[in-house]
Design a protein around this ligand. Structure first.
Ligand code: NAD
Length: 438
């Protein structure tokens, strides 16, 4: 393919060199003459292991050159990759001025140069940009096509890390393309076909969000390990050993477990042990804002659902699922019990169905917990989902047990707030359906 790469910083330089090495014809564009001159001299404008050899080889093969002219790069190009910076603006917003400027440069250049033979050109954002940027900032620039050009836009986030960027470029975790344009999707798939990885096609906003999720997770992991080490240090514990063993658990710790958006955590262990850790931190004079923030986020999710129920104006609420997770009757610190308690306190009529909870069989701490939070549980409990749903305008669904989805479809309540995310497409398409966080 003939590719124009805009922005020859860390991402653009490695991308331009890597694509040229993989057989594409690449023209890099930068407003900085010095960077352009370096590439044209077969040298790298950035320092990264392996990039010198890659650029020298690509320049020698004639497949990589650079220019300050967008028009020169666009001549018969199949695809533009936008790799310009997206620095922090005031109050942490993303400064999209370089993206806007480069999109404008591309559109302007199209009026002066010949299109590719197919006429189709994909404008693909590689920079990290907030959800909505491609649709609301980039696509409108190409609303009116230049004569002979037909443009489709897409988002294809970059996952390389500085210091190992060349290695990462050739071995990314995934290739993700977000677009509503099938031709743009196909163009990105062809661009990266040398990687031998399937191209994951998603909504544009999903592709834009993914990079933020990755970076936020990386940052949170670093802070998590560091915060724990500051807490444990006060107890003479070396957190390096703790975390080394911690990372060996690829079933629960370094794993997809607990990374599925849904409702609040609860149960007999997580809240209790988080509180204990916070107490340990306080007792040794250590601030642990990440742990405190975790508990706060959990509380805010519960509060948000209560507010949403209030906003419906309904009076009768069905809660399907009471224990803190499926297949257990443990009600200790279940966020669903908390939800029921708050709604009852606000005067809502609440009917509860749980496939496992039988109030007559509750014993020990479990029974004491329910007696203190929901003393009238027996009266609130329905034997079937249908019974709980009868007459309820709002349904909070924490359980995806057999029969729940069918009962929801039959009852068709005005509002379904899905706390589980496991109800299936048919329920999700129902009028009045909304997810707790989606
Ligand atoms: N650096 C990383 O490790 C990394 C990894 C993945 C994603 N990203 C994202 O990729 C984007 C680029 O990051 P970077 O570190 O390569 O940035 P950078 O600042 O190193 O490079 C950006 C380049 O764009 C050029 N530029 C600005 N306006 C231009 C224009 N109108 N036309 C042509 N060139 C122009 C600048 O001169 C500069 O050379 C950012 O959104 C960043 O968040 C960075």
């Amino acid at each position: 393919m003939k590719v124009a790469v805009f922005g020859l910083g860390y991402v653009g330089t490695v991308t331009a060199a890597g694509l040229a090495h993989s057989g594409h014809t690449v023209v890099g564009v930068d407003v900085d003459d010095a960077k352009v001159a370096e590439i044209n001299a077969g040298r790298s404008p950035v320092v990264e292991p392996g990039i010198g050899e890659l650029i020298a080889g690509a320049a020698l093969s004639g497949r990589l050159r650079a220019t300050t002219s967008a028009a020169e790069a666009l001549e018969r190009a199949d695809l533009s990759l936008l790799c310009v910076g997206t620095p922090s603006g005031s109050l942490g917003s993303t400064d999209l001025s370089y993206i806007e400027r480069v999109a404008g440069d591309i559109r302007q250049a199209m009026t002066h140069v010949a299109p590719p033979t197919s006429g189709f050109h994909a404008v693909v954002v590689r920079s990290t940009v907030p959800p909505g940027t491609v649709d609301h900032v980039v696509t409108p620039v190409f609303a009116e096509n230049a004569p002979g050009w037909d443009v489709g836009t897409a988002m294809c986030p970059e996952f390389l890390r500085e210091g190992v960027s060349v290695k990462d470029f050739f071995a990314p975790p995934f290739v993700v393309v977000g677009t509503a344009d099938e031709r743009a999707r196909a163009a990105v798939a062809e661009l990266f076909s040398f990687l031998d990885l399937p191209t994951r096609h998603v909504a544009t906003t999903t592709a834009e969000s993914l990079k933020y999720a990755c970076n936020a997770f990386h940052a949170t992991k670093v802070s998590f390990a560091n915060e724990l080490s500051r807490v444990f240090r006060g107890f003479g514990v070396d957190a390096r050993e703790v975390m080394e063993i911690f990372c060996e658990d690829t079933k629960l710790n370094i794993a997809p477990t607990y990374l599925r958006p849904g409702f609040a955590y609860g149960g007999s262990c997580l809240p209790k042990d988080l509180r204990a850790l916070q107490h340990m931190a306080r007792s040794t004079g250590v601030d642990a804002p990440l742990l405190a923030g975790t508990a706060l986020t959990n509380e805010l999710i519960i509060r948000d659902v209560v507010e949403r129920v209030i906003a419906t104006g309904a009076r009768r609420v069905a809660l399907l699922g009471l224990s803190f997770k499926a297949d257990t009757d443990d009600l200790r610190e279940s966020p669903n019990v908390e939800l029921a308690e708050r709604l009852l306190g606000k005067g809502f009529e609440v009917r509860i169905y749980d496939p496992i909870i039988n109030p007559d069989r509750l014993v020990g701490a479990n029974l004491r917990h329910v007696q203190s939070r929901l003393p009238h549980l027996g009266r609130l409990l329905a034997c079937t989902p249908q019974e709980a749903l009868a007459g309820s305008q709002v349904v909070l669904v924490a359980s995806a047990a057999d029969g729940v989805a069918d009962a929801l479809r039959d009852a068709a309540p005005q509002h379904v707030i899905d706390l589980s995310g496991r109800l299936g497409d048919e329920v999700e398409r129902m009028a009045g359906y909304s997810g707790v966080g989606w």
